[in-house]
Design a protein around this ligand. Structure first.
Ligand SMILES: [Zn+2]
Length: 320
């Protein structure tokens, strides 16, 4: 079957071994759509390979039912898993599909049954890859404990930033969004986010750079909370005493998603996307067939091309 891998020559569509027929608690899906995440570009840029890329995906089983795949792999037995924080699993083998193990940018996947989430009515399987980044944003809002009436700013107009603004509004919160590119600001406005003004109780840094983190600290009120959502492979550039310490800012880390009171965050996000189909319509700007994965990655990295979420559709039919 065809799949997207990273090689010495960069991202390629290649023929790989079929994952075969599952046994036990495993399910085979034909992948309908897989999103390209900034993390994928980061891993590819770092030269990491040996696995099929893609941790944002959804597909259809052999009975024709559509599923989102929550790509988190965890043991379920450790204290963190038992408390619902499966994203903090400490057991051997925890991680994510599509990161050092085969993911969803392929014609077919075999995944553990516990990763599956049945799609609610109204959420197209080809849009459901947005549930994963949506859950990252949703979890950040929960971690930040944003309360109604607090002022929230999102720095960064990529998929995660825009989904954070959309999720905030869906949860009855007001959010402003600051972005670099005109097409990002246009989508932010479409999703109901305001333009930045004044200081904020909570700032989500969804851009993940030294300058965006500095901007987040600058925009926060004294005593404010900062949510750094970027992926930092080494040191996170937290602004120093002139800002962070004088204001006594609190930095709240947030990674992936889990469960709150037994409810899967991915399920809450799937409900949001089903109830507000305009979110997926606005965010998914490009769709490519699997043969064109290399070009898809190029477009995803090119903010000037107007890309927000670029999706690879391994299935036989591709919408444009
Ligand atoms: Zn665990």
């Amino acid at each position: 079957m065809r799949a997207v891998i990273n090689t010495a020559d960069g991202i390629r569509t290649a023929e790989v071994d079929d994952p075969g027929e599952p046994g036990g608690q495993w399910v085979r899906l034909a992948v309908a759509a897989a999103g390209i995440c900034g993390t994928d570009a980061l891993l590819a840029g770092a030269g990491l390979g040996g696995f099929v890329y893609g941790h944002e995906f959804a597909g259809v089983d052999e009975a024709g039912r559509a599923w989102f795949v929550e790509p988190a792999i965890y043991g379920g037995e450790c204290a963190q898993c038992r408390s619902g924080n499966t994203q903090r699993c400490t057991e051997d083998g925890h991680g994510h599909l599509g990161v050092f193990r085969d993911g969803g940018m392929a014609e077919a996947v075999v995944v553990p049954e516990y990763t599956l989430l049945a799609l609610p009515a109204g959420l197209d399987v080809k849009d459901a890859c947005l549930v994963e980044p949506g859950a990252v944003a949703w979890h950040a809002l929960t971690r930040a404990q944003v309360r109604p009436g607090e002022r929230l700013l999102v720095v960064g107009g990529g998929t995660i930033g825009l989904l954070a603004a959309a999720a905030a509004r869906h949860r009855g919160l007001e959010a402003d969004l600051e972005a670099r590119h005109a097409h990002q600001l246009a989508v932010a406005e479409l999703l109901g986010a305001g333009r930045p003004s004044g200081a904020y109780d909570v700032v989500i840094d969804a851009a993940g750079s030294a300058s965006s983190l500095a901007r987040a600290a600058e925009a926060a009120v004294p005593g404010g909370r900062i949510l750094p959502l970027g992926v930092y492979l080494e040191t996170m550039p937290v602004p120093g005493s002139a800002v962070s310490q004088v204001k006594e800012l609190t930095y709240v880390n947030s990674i992936a998603y889990g469960r709150h009171n037994g409810v899967r965050e991915v399920e809450q996000v799937a409900s949001m996307l089903a109830a507000e189909p305009e979110i997926a319509k606005a965010l998914i700007t490009h769709r490519f067939s699997i043969e064109d994965a290399r070009e898809a990655f190029r477009v995803a990295a090119d903010r000037q091309a107007g890309a927000i979420k670029v999706v690879i559709e391994p299935g036989p039919t591709t919408r444009s």
